[in-house]
Design a protein around this ligand. Structure first.
Ligand SMILES: Nc1ncnc2c1ncn2[C@@H]1O[C@H](COP(=O)(O)OP(=O)(O)OP(=O)(O)O)[C@@H](O)[C@H]1O
Ligand code: SF4
Ligand SMILES: [Mg+2]
Length: 325
């Protein structure tokens, strides 16, 4: 893994219009992503975790410019891409890909695997004769652990894990450097989840890919990620090397999330911290620290008034909490 950031995200916001007046003016906004700054290095996996609705997928899509950011800046290498036009963005689209939870949804059921992978391949290389194209598709299928003969089949003839491999082959066809993996294994049987995770890690080693790996399962995130960012209500509340987040979480929210992870070794078990109430609506986030209504440590007069900044509690370990020092 190199130290050079491949992708830089600076104070990015994405607010969706939730409600319009009779005259069509926006009346209320969903603050799905509300000021996130992150770097992802070449060859690095940055894990992104947090409860449903905290803005993980929205952030992933904004970084790829599949959503227009409301504010902030996004850089790919040295180039700012925040507001690049469609035509200027096109060559970069190859460099930045996404794989989804449900590859079936993104595969056309009436297209053979050959056609589906070739369609992606043609975005990068044009003018291949049929036999060359077939060779390339076959190579891609083998690279993701499928067989060349599989190219003649249709998506429904494959298992969930195999379909995810086809989705990965399609993403690889354009020779990307950065991949947003949005819960790529959540829909798979536990027995195949590890195979897909290992495939992604092998591909990273071979091709020096960078991943933004979005997941609910904290154990998987620890295994695959170099660093982990924990999101709550559209913001990053803790960011640290994976080992540090798991060994010594600093933010009360991270502690609560981790306390829910089943651990076999009784000596390492943590006391379960149950959070009260639901995640507040991103339509109307609480004042001060947005976690204060659920935080077991919240201090009246401080946490309900002042928003804490995300800052280093120690080298490389950032926390957004007044009590983190
Ligand atoms: N296109 C949209 N229009 C309006 N609101 C949206 C849109 N997409 C997402 N949202 C809202 O933004 C917030 C963040 O959603 P997002 O899908 O990014 O969360 P998530 O962390 O990926 O959740 P999950 O773990 O369930 O996938 C949610 O409140 C969601 O309802
Ligand atoms: S700032 Fe206060 S409310 Fe927020 S996490 Fe820290 S202790 Fe809890
Ligand atoms: Mg999501």
């Amino acid at each position: 893994m190199s130290e050079t950031p491949l992708v830089r995200i600076r104070d990015v916001k994405k607010h969706f219009v939730a409600d319009r007046s009779f005259f069509g003016r926006p009346r209320r906004w969903v603050r799905a992503v509300d000021g996130v700054s992150l770097d992802i290095a070449e060859g690095e996996t940055l894990g992104l975790v947090g409860e449903s609705g905290c803005g993980k997928s929205t952030l992933g899509r904004v970084v790829l410019r599949l959503h227009e950011p409301t504010a902030g800046q996004i850089f790919y290498g040295d180039q700012e891409i925040t507001h690049l036009s469609g035509s200027k963005m096109r060559p970069l689209r190859h460099k930045m890909q996404i794989i989804f939870q449900d590859p079936y949804g993104s595969l056309n059921p009436r297209m053979t695997v050959r056609a589906a992978v070739a369609e992606a391949l043609r975005q990068r290389v044009s003018g291949l004769v049929s036999s060359e194209e077939e060779d390339r598709v076959g190579d891609l299928l083998e690279r993701v652990g499928l067989r060349r003969e599989h190219m003649r089949r249709y998506p429904h003839e494959f298992s969930g894990g195999q379909r995810q491999r086809i989705g990965i082959a399609r993403a690889l066809a354009v020779d990307p450097r950065f991949i947003v993996a949005d819960e790529p294994i959540s829909a798979l049987d536990v027995s195949v989840q590890a195979q897909i995770v290992n495939l992604l890690m092998d591909l990273q080693d071979e091709l020096s890919l960078s991943y933004l790996f979005i997941a609910h399962d904290l154990t998987v995130v620890e295994y695959i990620s170099h660093r982990v960012a924990v999101m709550y209500l559209g913001r990053v509340v803790e960011l640290a090397p994976a080992s540090a987040i798991y060994a010594s979480p600093r933010h009360p929210y991270t502690k609560a999330l981790l306390s829910a992870v089943p651990i076999m070794d009784p000596s390492k078990r943590r006391k379960r911290i149950l959070l009260e109430g639901d995640v507040p609506s991103p339509l109307d986030p609480p004042r001060g620290c947005t976690f204060h209504p659920r935080c077991p440590l919240a201090e009246q007069g401080l946490c309900d008034r002042e928003a804490p900044e995300l800052k280093a509690a120690e080298e490389g370990h950032l926390v957004s909490c007044h009590l983190a020092e």
